[in-house]
Design a protein around this ligand. Structure first.
Ligand SMILES: Nc1ncnc2c1ncn2[C@@H]1O[C@H](COP(=O)(O)OP(=O)(O)OP(=O)(O)O)[C@@H](O)[C@H]1O
Ligand SMILES: [Mg+2]
Length: 577
């Protein structure tokens, strides 16, 4: 018999716990089982984002009929034999926990056939009770079907997020596994529609393309380094491509996807000052290390590991990343111009007040409160603080200098443009009259698949904001129209940032309300023109625009628009008082 029930002494030493948290955890366990069985083709069907059906079919070794009953027993595994095996785990599974756990919270059916069997065998399990195996027609390999997940634990069902989010998690799980198994053909179907297919590829670089899309993948350099028995390979984005979360920072240890502090810390340290605070790179890092040097039996979901030589591992990764980045930087200089005008590092800025003082507030006893420097909001249409400024000029291509009644006013022209556009957009949306401009030449944008899925579900929201997008083949969209107030430009970088934003927001419900505003900020921010000289008329129009928006009632986002240096400030600075 291949599958054995582990003796209590071993079972109790295995980190086990909540195995099935959401549909994606079921998918992860079943696909891992297929990979452990040496499958070269794995198909996953889900319905209702996995809550009503998850079916995983593989063409692996299969389970012998006499083993089938054991497969759903707790602590029954074919992957560990002796105590020592626990310290050199070579398979993705090892606990003998997954199938019984799934079978206790869903209706489970396994049909399997090994190469030695004349026909397949089938076993059912429901709410923890199993049937006797019976004969069933089956190709070689295994099909596991999981229906009505959490049917008997409604409390857990309540914790599930929106269908799009759950489906997104399933895509993530498959993408992560697929990134480590380029030689395996993966398919994912949702409600009968194929949503990803990764054919087997000779090189992981090709898998990277399949998953991240050509546009992102071609911006990534490869990495390879081997030292003291530790082998590092992978791909990494070089600055300035960066993301607002660590979603694309993926680390693998012996082909297992892990979230490991040591590794992610080392990766970020490798980037050092190349990334702004709060920005993350896209990195897919594969670490190969002798089995006995890494303990994978430390986390119930197997997402964490412990290294015997963790300092060496850490420093090796830092060095590897640095080396690769240096190499990439050299190449980058010679390929300037080929990267296009795409802005991948679009970001959302922290909220701050629209007006700030150059001199700390405490040193302003004369002003009393901030209100004194915020112009009254009742100036409308050409009759306001900004319109009344005397324009002195523009410096450094982006600051407008004006004389005000109180002293000097400095305006950040980009921030001003952005705020005016933002407020105008918001007003138009509120009135339901956002004006659109059709693009003469529609732009196409390719997105990583999980993001494409979410974006597709949010096309309605985007159209309310003035963007007309249409799905255009797998993971690709055509941009047909944009809000009229946005200057002509390349909208791809912005849409990519919007999609990334959706993913992030999709995971945190409390941010949902501010979604519209954040997307608008992004939209306005990412298409602001580059530094350029403004004609006096343009400056005047901009100042007028600033007066037309209601500062007092707006929820301010972003950098300040205006800095004022009052007469008192000047006197203090020149030590006249
Ligand atoms: N798709 C499959 N193909 C072949 N054998 C399988 C398959 N799925 C499960 N098995 C067999 O059933 C056993 C139990 O599977 P299960 O996933 O519950 O435990 P495991 O993979 O050994 O450990 P873990 O709980 O860490 O996943 C496996 O050890 C394996 O022998
Ligand atoms: Mg398993």
């Amino acid at each position: 018999m291949k599958i054995n029930v582990l003796p209590e002494s071993m079972a109790s030493r295995i980190a086990a716990g909540e195995v099935v948290e959401r549909p994606a955890s079921v998918v992860k366990e079943l696909v891992e089982n297929g990979l452990d069985a040496g499958a070269k083709e794995i198909s996953v069907w889900v319905e209702k984002s996995g809550t009503s059906l998850i079916r995983v079919t593989d063409d692996g070794d299969g389970i012998a009929q006499e083993d089938l009953s054991l497969a759903v027993e707790r602590h029954a595994t074919s992957k560990l034999k002796r105590e020592e095996d626990l310290f050199r785990i070579a398979t993705l599974g090892f606990r003998g926990e997954a199938l019984p756990s799934i079978g206790s919270v869903a209706r489970l059916e396994i049909v399997s056939r090994t190469r030695e069997m004349e026909a397949g065998a089938k076993l059912r399990m429901e709410g923890g009770k199993k049937s006797n195996p019976i004969m069933a027609g089956s190709p070689y390999g295994t099909t596991v079907e999981v229906r009505d997940l959490f049917f008997n634990t409604p409390a857990r069902r309540k914790f599930l997020r929106s269908p799009a989010t759950e489906l997104g998690h399933i895509c993530d799980v498959i993408n992560r596994l697929a990134l480590a198994y380029g030689d395996v053909h993966f398919r994912l179907f949702h409600e009968g529609r194929i949503i990803s297919e990764y054919v087997a590829v000779p090189e992981l670089k090709d898998r990277l393309r399949q998953i991240f899309g050509l546009e992102i993948a071609k911006e990534m350099a490869s990495l390879s380094r081997s030292q003291a028995g530790i082998q590092l390979t992978g791909f990494l984005s070089f600055a300035p491509a960066s993301y607002s979360n660590s979603r694309y920072l993926m680390t693998y240890v012996n082909r297992r996807f892990v979230r490991d502090r040591t590794l992610s810390h080392a990766v970020l340290q490798g980037y050092e000052t190349l990334l702004m605070k709060g920005r993350y790179p896209a990195v897919v890092l594969y670490l190969e290390i002798p089995l006995e040097e890494v303990d994978v039996n430390v986390h119930p979901a197997k997402y964490e590991v412990r290294f015997r030589r963790s300092t060496e591992v850490h420093d090796g990764v830092v060095e590897g990343i640095r080396e690769a980045l240096k190499g990439a930087a050299k190449k980058d200089v010679s390929s300037v111009g080929t990267r296009g005008g795409e802005e991948m590092n679009v970001q959302i800025r922290e909220p701050s007040l629209p007006y700030v003082s150059l001199v700390p507030r405490a040193s302003h006893p004369s002003l009393g409160s901030d209100d004194a420097r915020i112009p009254p909001a009742d100036h409308r249409k050409g009759e306001g603080f900004f319109t009344n400024l005397e324009i002195l000029g523009q410096i450094l291509g982006c600051y407008i200098i004006c004389a005000s009644e109180r002293g000097l006013a400095l305006i950040d022209q980009h921030a001003a443009h952005e705020r005016v556009a933002f407020e105008k957009m918001r007003g138009d949306i509120e009135r339901g009259e956002i004006e659109q401009q059709e693009l003469l030449i529609p732009q196409t944008v390719e997105l990583p698949q999980a993001e494409a899925l979410l974006l597709e579900r949010r096309l309605g929201l985007l159209s309310r904001l003035g963007f007309t997008l249409e799905p255009f083949g797998r993971n690709t969209f055509v941009v047909k129209a944009v809000p009229a107030l946005l200057p002509v430009g390349d909208y791809r970088g912005m849409l990519r940032a919007v999609a990334a934003e959706l993913v992030e927001i999709g995971h945190s419900e409390e941010l949902r309300q501010s979604l519209e505003e954040r997307l608008m900020t992004l939209a306005c921010h990412s298409v602001i023109r580059a530094n350029r000289r403004l004609e006096r008329e343009e400056i005047r129009a901009l100042l007028k625009g600033l007066d037309e928006i209601d500062f007092a009632t707006q929820c301010p986002h972003g950098r300040p628009v205006l800095l004022e240096i009052t007469q008192e400030d000047l006197e203090r600075m020149f030590k006249r008082t």
